[in-house]
Design a protein around this ligand. Structure first.
Ligand SMILES: N[C@@H](CCC(=O)N[C@@H](CS)C(=O)NCC(=O)O)C(=O)O
Length: 205
């Protein structure tokens, strides 16, 4: 029996895990199961009562919700990522990972808000999330020289690649590349990886 990865093709959190599976050479061990968390089947709710994708169910039946937890687990199963630096460099890298995950969360939250009927839209909330994304993007642009783009990479690059891909997909009006040439150039190169190319969100979804 294979591991089961519940996902949606539009979720940037699920994309993170799909890319990690490929980068770790674990694709043959994982069956992808498409679900809509807003129209959730029972087996998915049993795997994650919170009704969020992604969720991984291991061969032993262990149920692992949340992309970060799944990443932690998969890193015990495969090799292929670049090693984490030590000392102060490690904390700087983990901070960048938090910023990348935070951009993703803010972008998903803002997208959900914008899907509400116009009379219920909380523009103040959208503006707050947009400001947070812009500040975090500026910080990452300033540190773009620290990011890897070819050869083995780390979770920070995978997460950031998915966050920026999601901005292109759902928030093109943000024009995140503007005045962020270093980040844009890093993404251009990172996005060529086969794992990024094969997990692009479906156009028009
Ligand atoms: N912290 C979670 C976030 C997952 C998440 O928010 N997934 C969204 C799709 S992008 C979802 O399933 N939302 C359904 C809901 O919030 O009810 C992770 O890292 O996996």
């Amino acid at each position: 029996m294979k591991m089961k990865l519940y996902l949606s093709l539009t979720s940037p959190f699920a994309r993170k895990v799909r890319i990690l599976v490929q980068e770790l050479g674990l694709s043959d061990l994982v069956n992808e199961v498409l679900v809509d968390p807003y129209n959730a089947p029972e087996d998915f709710l049993d795997a994650n009562p919170l009704s969020k994708v992604p969720v991984l169910v291991t061969e032993k039946g262990e149920k692992l919700p949340d992309s970060q937890l799944i990443a932690e687990y998969l890193l015990t199963r495969g090799r292929g990522l670049a090693p984490m630096p030590r000392g102060g460099q490690r904390w700087a890298l983990l901070r960048r990972l938090q910023l990348a995950d935070g951009i993703m969360s803010a972008a998903v939250s803002s997208r959900r808000e914008k899907l509400r009927p116009p009379e219920l839209l909380n523009q103040g909330w959208v503006d707050r999330k947009t400001a947070a994304m812009n500040r975090a993007l500026d910080a990452l642009n300033a540190e773009a020289a620290e990011l890897l783009h070819d050869g083995p990479v780390r979770m920070v690059e995978i997460s950031l690649g998915c966050a920026l891909g999601y901005l292109d997909f759902r928030h093109p009006q943000l024009q995140w590349r503007q005045d962020r040439e270093r980040l844009a150039s890093w993404y251009f190169s990172f996005a060529q990886r086969p794992s990024m190319q094969s997990t692009q969100p479906p156009a028009g979804a």
